[in-house]
Write a new protein. Structure first.
Length: 102
């Protein structure tokens, strides 16, 4: 069993990778999307809580902040942003959510 969810990044097309950040072990990270080299989001859900989360970075993935936690039991499976403020999130049961960055 994995005891944490790690995020790695590359700046040379995947030849080398560096550890960027570690998430709690109870977090399942399911999708990542960047709109530029600095701004990105990760969708995931809590393994035990079943609440979904969106994490946001503005420094290329070196650090991540919670941006959203759902009150309902839904699994975010995919995430896509059209720009730095507007995105779409896909739930595990086929739900589609429009998302606007607060």
């Amino acid at each position: 069993m994995v005891d944490r969810a790690d995020v790695f990044g590359t700046s040379d097309g995947g030849i080398t990778w560096a550890h960027l950040d570690t998430f709690p072990r109870s977090e399942v990270l399911s999708a990542i999307h960047f709109v530029d080299e600095h701004t990105g989001w990760i969708a995931g859900y809590g393994f035990m809580s079943l609440q979904s989360h969106i994490f946001h970075t503005t420094d290329g993935g070196n650090s991540w902040d919670y941006q959203l936690e759902t009150a309902e039991r839904v699994h975010f499976e995919d995430i896509y942003f059209t720009d730095a403020e507007h995105g779409w999130v896909l739930g595990g049961e086929g739900e589609i959510y429009a998302y606007h960055v607060p």
